[in-house]
Design a protein around this ligand. Structure first.
Ligand SMILES: Nc1ncnc2c1ncn2[C@@H]1O[C@H](COP(=O)(O)OP(=O)(O)O)[C@@H](O)[C@H]1O
Ligand SMILES: [Mg+2]
Length: 477
């Protein structure tokens, strides 16, 4: 529900609930009072009032029936007195403006007042005399003598004023107290659902503005506040990602600069050396000359390959080149890889074999070109670091429930244990004496990037003298 609507409904409910509670409380108090004092206060009172009203009405009719002349007799007056007294009322008989008979001693001013009130306000049925409320009935009759006769019957209404007053005060104060309590409760709920989360959001926003993006924002609060915290959290994540990317860019730039100045410098320096050797006439025979030129050329080719690898690695690192994944039959793909390398391996006198343990065709989602680069790097390494006569390389394909495992196993010189954790690092070469050999030292770093780009894993098992097993696992599709 929207907050405004919610706020309105809650407030309306507060008022309504307070009213209902007050009514219930008043009913309870009346019931309790009645029980304690043993009389049905209000009902009893009402019954009595109705009785008296009927009674004085009857007396009025009786008086009009017998005629006012007879009311001048003492006997009839006694009867009248008896009747009104039995109701707890009083009678007043006037001729002209003179009181001829009265059961109560009212001051003249009250008599005047009651005459006026009963005359002019015939629609009233009560009148107020010296602080007391009376029900009244009035009869007018002209006597034979021509005088105006008025009979006024007055019955005091006895209200249980103490209790009514108490009940009124109780109801008002009870309403105020419940209303306040409910309002307090509603405010508390609102502060818990809105104000506290908002102030926490504010704290988080301050942290973000100070550059601290590690603070997660919990999704809490009501309605729009909850949406706001969700949005803010999304914003924080986005910001964190962009900061991370920025850091990665900076790191990458530093890496490129340091590799150009460090790793590329070595072959370039040696090219320079060979060329100077030729210019200075150190290469004084045609054979030597050809040898120097040949070396300079291969170094230049190495620099070229290194730059290519470097650019590829940095682009992969920044996720700058998109992958084109294709559904691929693993076995057929590696049959192709073997065919591509057959010539080079035959030339080097190394056996190359594909051993598949897959029972039926297994498919993976790969970028074929990119994955070729991985396999090529590994196969080149196996060939390059073979250093023995009866060299043999096997590509073994296995599957688990969810993945395909590709193992490229050689029986070459192997990798010393202390180098194993580092061979996937960029520019890491296990044998520093081979630093000048071909290869950029980026081959396995690139392979790792690409395999991870496929959500796969690459790892190595190796022992010096026994050979190396490169393992790649890819998810089956
Ligand atoms: N099959 C292998 N046998 C022995 N050593 C290997 C093998 N594959 C990789 N290595 C070691 O790991 C290092 C890193 O390999 P790589 O990243 O391809 O760089 P590069 O081949 O350019 O030296 C190599 O220098 C080598 O010492
Ligand atoms: Mg290599």
């Amino acid at each position: 529900m929207h907050l405004t609507k919610r706020y309105f409904v809650m407030n309306a409910l507060t008022v309504l609930a307070s009213i209902v509670l007050t009514v219930l409380a008043v009913m309870l108090v009346v019931a309790g009072y009645t029980k304690i004092f043993g009389r049905e206060t209000s009902i009893e009172e009402m019954r009595r009032t109705l009785e008296v009203r009927a009674g004085i009405g009857e007396i009025k009719h009786w008086a009009l029936g017998i005629g006012f002349e007879r009311l001048m007799n003492a006997q009839e007056q006694r009867e009248l007195e008896g009747r009104v007294k039995s109701l707890g009322a009083d009678a007043l008989l006037l001729l002209g403006r003179k009181v001829v008979f009265s059961t109560a001693s009212l001051p003249a001013i009250d008599i005047e007042k009651s005459l006026m009130l009963s005359d002019y306000a015939s629609d009233l049925d009560t009148l107020e005399l010296s602080g007391q409320t009376y029900m009244f009935a009035r009869a007018d009759q002209r006597l034979m003598t021509g005088e105006e006769g008025v009979l006024l019957l007055l019955a005091p209404i006895r209200l249980d004023t103490d209790f009514s007053l108490f009940l009124g005060l109780f109801a008002i104060s009870f309403f105020i107290v419940t209303f306040l309590a409910m309002n307090l409760w509603v405010s508390y709920r609102f502060s818990r659902g809105i104000i506290l989360p908002v102030s926490r959001l504010k704290d988080a926003a301050v942290k973000i503005s100070e550059g601290d993006l590690s603070w997660g924002i919990a999704e809490e609060g009501e309605g729009e506040v909850r949406e706001l915290s969700r949005t803010l959290e999304l914003m924080r994540i986005k910001l964190k990602e962009s900061v991370h990317l920025q850091q990665k860019y900076d790191e990458n730039r530093k890496f490129l600069i340091s590799s150009i100045s460090h790793d590329l410098k070595t072959p370039v320096t040696s090219i320079k050396g060979y060329i100077e050797g030729i210019i200075d006439g150190v290469a004084n025979t045609p054979e030597k000359m050809a040898d120097y030129l040949q070396t300079a050329r291969s170094k230049a080719m190495l620099v070229n390959a290194m730059i290519d690898d470097l650019l590829l690695y940095s682009k992969l690192d920044l996720n700058q080149i998109p992958y084109h994944f294709e559904q691929t039959d693993v076995q057929r793909y590696f049959e192709d890889c073997v065919a591509d390398n057959r010539y080079e391996y035959d030339k080097a006198g190394i056996r190359l074999e594909l051993i598949s343990e897959l029972e039926k065709p297994v498919f993976v989602l790969i970028d074929r070109e990119r994955m070729k680069r991985v396999v090529q790097n590994i196969l080149d390494n196996a060939k390059k670091y073979m250093e023995r006569e009866d060299g043999s390389v096997e590509i073994r394909l296995r599957e688990t429930r969810t993945s395909v495992i590709i193992e490229i196993r050689d029986n070459g010189k192997g990798i010393p244990e202390q180098d194993l954790p580092h061979i996937f690092d960029r520019f890491y070469r296990a044998d520093p004496s081979r630093t000048n050999a071909d290869g950029s030292g980026l081959g396995l770093a690139i392979a790792k990037q690409i395999v991870e780009g496929h959500e796969g894993e690459i790892w190595v098992r190796s022992a010096p003298g026994e050979g190396t097993r490169m393992m790649i696992s890819l998810k089956k599709r």
